[in-house]
Design a binder for this molecule. Structure first.
Ligand code: ADP
Ligand code: MG
Length: 346
């Protein structure tokens, strides 16, 4: 019996990101993080060939009959069937709950600016994947909890989650959102900016995987004295042949300027709407950065320069949202407080 009870109490945090899906099991930490991607065979009928990491390797390399699909776009479900399959597959991979009694309670995170229709789609997709119960929490709240911020205190704290499709900003106090902002701009817009830069400057066409590799490899949010360069392989748009160019970190910083200023402006707006007492608290505790975009070199300095506030890079930026959701899944009273607060401002 004790065996059954232990399994029944499994609670899960699900971060359904645009770039990555992360799943945490309460008390155990992050069990899985994989690219939010599905490879589907279209002919003769729609059939899933690979999910997650396996599907990402296929991106841009698939034969015509197989398509690599991103079920999530800008933080919301873009392809419902693919999303549902992906959620089901990854939940099962993280924790086998095919036996009904092991069905977990799932806390799933959504962007702050999600519409009621988009919200319902997430609820339905997770329910159909076999969850016992599903609760929705906004991403920046989960990110703050996962980063270890004292969100229940009467003091204010601030978190910026820079994901693949969206960046979420929130000022939190007493388990509620005081001010928040959400822009549909994140890591993918940065990759696109690099693709456009290479096309405009060198007539070089590169795919999104290559652009992301360059960004992670030598990208920086601010200019530095460090000099680095990378060889970028692509296709010459004039000759149509494979071509390689050398690009420097300075050039990538220039290319990233526009998407980064969208994020920084949203952050400034949010601070402008923050009550002065709470702004003073944040001045003390610092702005916490989470999400994969926080790992961009110099991101913390960019935010510090733009706001004049201290900035803290959270310890596991890619895992904060899933960890926070997992903590809430295991703490129903706190989950209730947070979701009921959420109803007030929805
Ligand atoms: P989401 O929550 O939308 O799935 P994540 O928080 O998982 O997004 O972050 C994914 C994004 O972070 C991707 O766009 C990826 O390119 C970017 N990223 C990951 N690591 C780094 C890094 N070291 N430098 C810059 N960007 C990074
Ligand atoms: Mg995210």
């Amino acid at each position: 019996m004790a065996f059954g009870v232990r399994f029944m109490s499994k609670n899960i945090g699900l971060d359904l990101g645009t770039a990555n899906v992360a799943i945490s099991i309460a008390g155990q930490g992050v069990a899985l993080r994989e690219p939010a991607m599905v490879a589907v065979k279209v002919e003769p009928r729609r059939e899933v060939v690979a999910v997650g990491e396996d599907a990402k390797t296929m991106l841009g390399r698939t034969p015509e009959a197989i398509r690599a699909v991103r079920p999530m776009n800008e933080g919301v479900i873009a392809d419902f069937d693919a999303a549902q399959l992906m959620i089901k597959y990854l939940l099962q991979k993280a924790n086998d709950f095919s036996v009904p009694i092991f069905k977990p309670r799932v806390v799933v995170c959504v962007p702050y600016s999600i519409t009621p229709v988009e919200r319902r789609a997430v609820l339905e997709a997770v329910r159909n994947a076999g969850a016992r119960s599903v609760h929705i929490v906004v991403e920046p709240m989960a990110a703050a909890i996962g980063a270890g911020l004292p969100v229940g205190d009467a003091k204010g704290c601030m978190v910026v989650d820079i994901g693949g499709g969206t960046s979420e900003i929130a000022v939190i106090s007493m388990n509620g959102i005081v001010t928040a902002g959400s822009v549909r701009c994140g890591g993918q817009k940065m990759d696109e900016a690099i693709i456009n830069y290479l096309r405009n400057e060198y007539n070089l066409l590169v795919g999104e995987r290559t652009a992301e590799e360059v960004k992670i490899g030598i990208g920086s949010a601010i200019s530095t004295r460090r000099r680095e360069s990378a060889q970028v392989h692509g296709r010459d748009l004039i000759t149509g042949l494979p071509h390689t160019v050398a690009i420097t970190n300075e050039q990538i910083t220039e290319a990233l300027h526009e998407p980064l200023s969208v994020i920084v402006n949203a952050l400034r707006n949010c601070l402008e709407n923050t009550p002065p007492e709470i702004a003073a608290d944040i001045m003390e505790s610092g702005i916490y950065l989470t999400g994969g975009g926080a790992l961009l070199s110099g991101m913390d300095i960019l935010v510090a320069n733009a706001t004049g506030m201290p900035v803290v890079l959270s310890e596991q930026p890619l895992d904060c949202v899933a960890l926070g959701a997992g903590i809430l899944a295991a703490d129903v009273p706190r989950l209730k407080v947070i979701t009921s607060q959420a109803e007030d401002w929805k």
